[in-house]
Design a binder for this molecule. Structure first.
Ligand SMILES: *Cc1c(COP(=O)(O)O)cnc(C)c1O
Length: 323
């Protein structure tokens, strides 16, 4: 069986690095902690001292509720009155229908995917007050923070404006002030101020430059053979004139590795031909093969982003914590 190793010391190093920018971390663990294993990662975050996390939906929140003081659900449904669970409010319409008392208001400052509009700030606050909701947090999301253009700064300024509007309102009505958060991973280094909390995902897992990849995928060899003047795998996409040893290892595209038709660079060797559902053929004779130990290198084989590969790593593969 293939194994996914999660490197604890690299994870902690990434968290140390983020903490230098802002020690108040709302760790994003949505989508099975970007494929790393939501329970495995939650335990480690808890050990590190992380108190708050963000998940995708109610289903994920159930698995990790014991590990955090607060869990923010990005796309909540129904009412779950647990005190340590907060619902993100993504529109005025959702706010009107919502029955869960602990909320974070999300504002659209420029991504235009979701969020309450700037001109709806006052109305949103009034509804929240009438309905007796506790506004725990206020946030927004950057569309282009990995770029060097102006969008991030424009969104930052809009968020600052919304922040002061909300703070004024809370002062007037003698309400407790919520905490503010906007910085995802690629915005961490770019903002004059990261506000009360930062909200990184991919930096925690080391899927961007400046942070170390914490996942390695190691496959076991199922069988070894030698071919000469012959091809291997479906449609014999790889053909070798010379005598060559090949190991078939026990991961394939069913496990989340992106489909490839003609080879792929691995950590110390290369896969050849087409990847199969449950196997791939690798040059050389090995007992086991490190498919990758840094997603930033492995992703170069494909026309996609690190997030996309990580998040699809099959939950069936065993997760083992090392380091
Ligand atoms: C996924 C997500 C994040 C984390 O983004 P990264 O680029 O992984 O740091 C932060 N906030 C929201 C709302 C998200 O959906």
């Amino acid at each position: 069986m293939a194994t996914i190793y999660i490197n604890k010391s690299k994870l902690f190093k990434n968290l140390d690095k983020i903490s230098l920018i802002n020690p108040n971390i709302l760790a994003v663990i949505k989508d099975n902690a970007y494929g790393h294993g939501i329970i495995t990662i939650s335990k480690l975050l808890n050990e590190y001292g992380i108190k708050k996390a963000c998940v995708r939906n109610n289903y994920e929140a159930v698995f990790v509720k014991e590990f955090f003081e607060e869990i923010l659900i990005f796309n909540p449904s129904g009412a779950r009155e647990a005190k340590n669970i907060s619902y993100a409010i993504n529109s005025l319409k959702q706010l009107k229908k919502n029955r869960h008392p602990y909320i974070h208001l999300k504002f659209d400052t420029g991504m235009h995917r979701n969020g309450i509009l700037e001109e709806e700030v006052e109305e949103a606050l009034n509804i929240a007050m009438q309905k007796n909701f506790e506004i725990r947090g206020v946030f927004s999301h950057f569309c282009c923070s990995e770029e060097t253009n102006n969008d991030t700064f424009i969104q930052y300024e809009k968020f600052k404006k919304i922040k002061s509007q909300i703070e004024n309102f809370c002062e007037k009505k003698a309400l407790k002030k919520p905490y503010f958060h906007i910085a995802n991973s690629t915005a961490l280094n770019k903002l004059p101020d990261t506000f009360d909390y930062v909200r990184p995902g991919i930096a925690i897992y080391g899927g961007i430059d400046g942070y170390e990849g914490i996942m390695s995928l190691v496959a076991k060899t199922v069988s070894v053979r030698e071919i000469e003047n012959d091809g291997v795998g479906y449609n014999k996409m790889f053909f070798s004139k010379e005598k060559i040893k090949l190991s078939a290892v026990d991961v394939g595209y069913a496990d989340g590795i992106p489909y490839f038709k003609n080879g792929c660079k691995l950590k110390n060797t290369e896969a050849v031909g087409k990847i199969s559902m449950d196997y791939m053929s690798v040059k050389g004779e090995h007992k086991e093969v490190v498919v990758f130990d840094d997603i930033k290198e492995f992703v170069k084989n494909f026309d996609t982003i690190t997030y996309d590969i990580l998040v699809k790593m099959s939950p069936r593969i065993k997760r083992v914590v090392i380091g």
